[in-house]
Write a protein that binds this ligand. Structure first.
Ligand code: DGL
Length: 276
């Protein structure tokens, strides 16, 4: 198992923020990343649709030999983490609990705002997980439609992005939270405009680093940690355009992505987004 890759997936480019933390913390591990770009935004989908997507992708990652699967997507974690854990033989890690642990460690006031997709906010997953983990943290949530689309279009800065971010975050600007949880893995790619809007008094927290720590702990516990000095390989499979994924992925990650291939999920063809 030790030499097997770690599987990671998201609706598109957002999960690369988690992949980056994994490569920083666990450079020797091989990674297979699935970006389900043909079906983003996941945040506008139903629970049943996301369960189908998550199960199909996790099944393929398991078949590709993954020793562990990271659902690098809050929306899919909210809709499908329990189900995927039931159906898949290898361990499965989501991003909601790690993000909350990071927020609890960061907040001085014990009050945090989580921004995410409509699916994530409506699922109530953050409040449930705070209760499950017995964290001393009060969380409010706010849906930010449109943010994922900006990232997938490669628009992560500039006046029109700042304007959209300001409009969406306006309801929180008068609240007294000191910690803003980026409860969608696409949102760290908008960290610059978001901090410009919320100001220096609010600390932005993402789940990426904490998720990577959770992966490392699990691999250490199981004896599956691949501890070697050579850099692991990154293989990307996308249901959208590989050329486009590669261009934007390299821009966001800052490293070359030399192995990006098309990967179809025929059982999900009825869910391809209209504008793809
Ligand atoms: N990056 C995902 C999340 O964390 C999904 C975004 C989307 O496709 O709507 O929620």
């Amino acid at each position: 198992m030790r030499d097997a890759p770690i599987g990671v997936f998201d609706s598109g480019l957002g999960g690369l923020t988690v992949l980056q933390s994994l490569t920083d913390l666990l450079p020797g591990e091989d990674l297979i990343y699935v970006g389900d770009t043909a079906r983003y935004p996941y945040g506008d989908r139903t629970t049943e649709q996301l369960q189908r997507c998550a199960l199909a992708i996790a099944t393929d990652l398991q078949a590709a030999g993954a020793k562990l699967i990271v659902i690098a997507c809050n929306s899919a974690t909210a809709a499908a983490l329990d189900l995927v854990r039931e159906r898949i033989r290898v361990p499965v890690i989501g991003v909601v609990a790690p993000g909350l642990r990071a927020a609890a460690a960061t907040s001085r006031t014990g009050r945090a705002l989580v921004i995410g997709t409509r699916m994530t906010v409506e699922s109530g997953i953050y409040a449930h997980t705070v209760a499950d983990l017995q964290l001393d943290l009060e969380v409010a949530t706010l849906a930010c439609p449109g943010f994922v689309e900006m990232v997938e279009a490669g628009r992560t800065e500039g006046p029109s992005v700042v304007r959209t971010v300001r409009e969406r975050l306006a309801p929180m600007l008068t609240s007294r939270v000191d910690t803003l949880v980026l409860g969608c893995t696409h949102f760290p790619l908008l960290a610059r405009p978001i901090s410009e809007v919320v100001g220096r008094g609010v600390t932005l927290v993402s789940s990426a680093d904490e998720t990577a720590f959770e992966v490392r702990d699990l691999l250490e516990r199981t004896g599956w940690l691949r501890d070697r000095s050579t850099q692991g390989a990154i293989r990307v499979l996308t249901s959208g355009s590989p050329a486009r994924f590669r261009t934007l992925g390299e821009r966001f990650l800052g490293v070359p992505l030399t192995d990006v291939q098309a990967h179809a999920f025929p059982e999900l063809d009825d869910l391809v987004s209209a504008d793809r």
